[in-house]
Design a protein around this ligand. Sequence first.
Ligand code: SAM
Length: 302
Amino acid sequence: MKNKKYKAKKSRGLILKDGSLIYAALPLQISEKKVLASVSQPPFFNQDNFVLYLGDSLKIMEQLSDNCIDMIFADPPYNLSNGGFTVHAGRRVSVNKGDWDKSRGFKDDYDFHYRWLSACRRILKPHGTLWVSGTYHSIYQCGHALQSLGYHILNDIAWFKPNASPNLSGRYFTASHETLIWARKDAKAKHTFNYKDIKNGNWLYDFLKKPGKQMRSVWAIGTPKPEEKKFGKHPTQKPVDLLKRIVVASTNKDDIILDPFAGSSTTGLAAIAHGRKFVGIDTEKDYLELSKKRFNYLILKT
Ligand SMILES: C[S@@+](CC[C@H](N)C(=O)[O-])C[C@H]1O[C@@H](n2cnc3c(N)ncnc32)[C@H](O)[C@@H]1O
């Protein structure tokens, strides 16, 4: 019966629009079940190596055993929703993303980052790596916390957004980048870096990457395309191109990738599209519903 389901899906096509192959339709692997067996609550969604939990990531992560995750991508709250304004589609709009994004003051924000980064470090495999994204509102706190916890920084990436919104006040430079810190759990272990795939891959949309040359630490990637928001949008949704690059660079097929602040699960889509396994956690049901729709579209095109 399971095989039938798999074949049916396969016949519906596992080739993405950009020509890349999806390996995702394999049934959930036994090792996966072991990794998640210690979590007391049932997943919100669990299909074909794409698993979502509704809840506080600290509470879910504390139930996982030590050294069980290959890579973590974390896009935590930036703590910038405090009444400011920005421009969207030529209109002045509030930057309030939701209560989850409000600052609780410097110390509480820092404590939060320290706690989730500590939880991530325990569950990462020794060679495992963590990516964390942020703007100046949060990234320095995250960097301080992760260095205090003993992570070893591998790179900081400047994600340049060529189509960033203009600055309204005319009193500052236009904010047009985010920073991604890439760090390894252990100072000495050998981490995954798929050097040739990155150097020789097809990154033509990035005008800073020259074909056949090493990729530098500044990436030019636009904000999510309209088709990435066809089922609704998350207020801080990341572009799939950004996550695909991260997944290809720092993981291997069948690796387990965890995102403790999954939102619309952009990380999960990139993971599944490249034959990796995904565990995503978010406190907001609406965002996980959106994740499900995006996953179903990726797999079944429905
Ligand atoms: C910056 S957004 C992530 C967006 C995501 N990268 C995407 O592409 O859609 C941060 C997410 O963290 C979630 N969140 C905030 N605090 C959380 C917590 N303690 N546990 C789990 N999720 C949390 C929010 O609901 C929000 O969806």
